[in-house]
Design a binder for this molecule. Structure first.
Ligand SMILES: NC(=O)c1ccc[n+]([C@@H]2O[C@H](COP(=O)([O-])OP(=O)(O)OC[C@H]3O[C@@H](n4cnc5c(N)ncnc54)[C@H](OP(=O)(O)O)[C@@H]3O)[C@@H](O)[C@H]2O)c1
Length: 237
């Protein structure tokens, strides 16, 4: 399978997904926004990289044109993993920070889905996995822009699932549990707090998340679309 993962180079979750998919023999396109030195990249002939800002329509258009047309490398699965979170009390949040979260998490994902499905619909084959968040269903304070953008992602994904089903394209959402990363401003105190919420008392289950994504990428859910999956051990988040 040919699989594109946004944020596949530098994101804690994204690079783990990319590593596993390469191990399993897939061809992977990992996108990045900020340059990273070559020696940090997994060494594989099946790894392709592409620089793009998912919130920039021209970048997104170029990316799919490049792989579907110029490189003749049609993408079977799109994993929308790139995301951002700027913390702060909603009433004090700078408008530019609010916009950055909506532009990336929601508009960026919309653009990726839009241009991917334009090509994939012609092949009548493909799937989209949107990385959501339990924040979408909650009301965690001081990350209201993030919560709202991820809530929008649910509606976006489910509507797309309905609209794209006639083209044999599937769309599902996968919500990770807490995974220490840049995005959630990892600190030891935060890790302790989240570990206490885990019914199993575990620090994180990144490997389970990667297992699940790899399972979906093997087309093991060929009859499933429009669904939301929580890979978590917390009930109260
Ligand atoms: N970590 C968690 O606990 C957790 C829980 C639930 C959901 N999630 C979701 O999982 C996904 C990955 O999170 P993570 O924890 O791995 O975060 P992370 O390590 O902070 O990585 C975020 C990634 O997003 C990329 N990115 C941000 N804005 C972008 C843009 N406009 N265009 C292109 N790329 C952009 C960054 O690329 P650059 O480095 O190149 O800027 C980076 O690779 C996110 O969607 C997040 O919401 C995470």
């Amino acid at each position: 399978m040919n699989i594109l993962v946004t944020g596949g180079i530098s994101s804690r979750i994204g690079k783990n997904i990319v590593g596993r998919l390469l191990e399993e023999g897939h061809t992977v396109i990992a996108t990045y926004r900020n340059d990273i030195s070559n020696d940090k990249l997994p060494q594989s002939e099946r790894l392709h990289t592409f620089k793009l800002d998912i919130s920039e329509e021209a970048d997104v258009k170029d990316c799919f044109n490049h792989f579907f047309n110029e490189k003749a490398l049609p993408i079977d699965t799109l994993i929308n993993n790139a995301g951002t979170n700027v913390g702060g009390m909603l009433t004090q949040l700078k408008t530019k920070d609010w916009k950055e979260m909506i532009d990336t998490n929601l508009t960026g994902t919309f653009l990726m889905c839009k241009y991917f499905s334009k090509y994939a619909a012609r092949r009548k084959k493909g799937q989209i996995i949107n990385i959501g968040s339990s924040a979408a269903n909650g009301n965690l304070p001081y990350q209201g822009g993030y919560n709202a953008s991820k809530a929008g992602l649910i509606s976006l994904s489910k509507t797309l699932a309905v609209e794209l089903a006639p083209y044999n394209l599937r769309v599902n959402i996968v919500n990770p549990g807490f995974i220490p990363s840049q995005l959630n401003q990892f600190s030891e105190a935060k890790e302790i707090e989240e570990t206490e919420k885990s019914l199993l008392g575990i620090k994180h289950n990144l490997s389970n998340l990667v297992d699940f994504i790899s399972f979906i990428c093997a087309d093991s859910l060929s009859g499933v679309t429009g669904q939301e999956f929580n890979i978590d051990s917390r009930l109260n988040k």
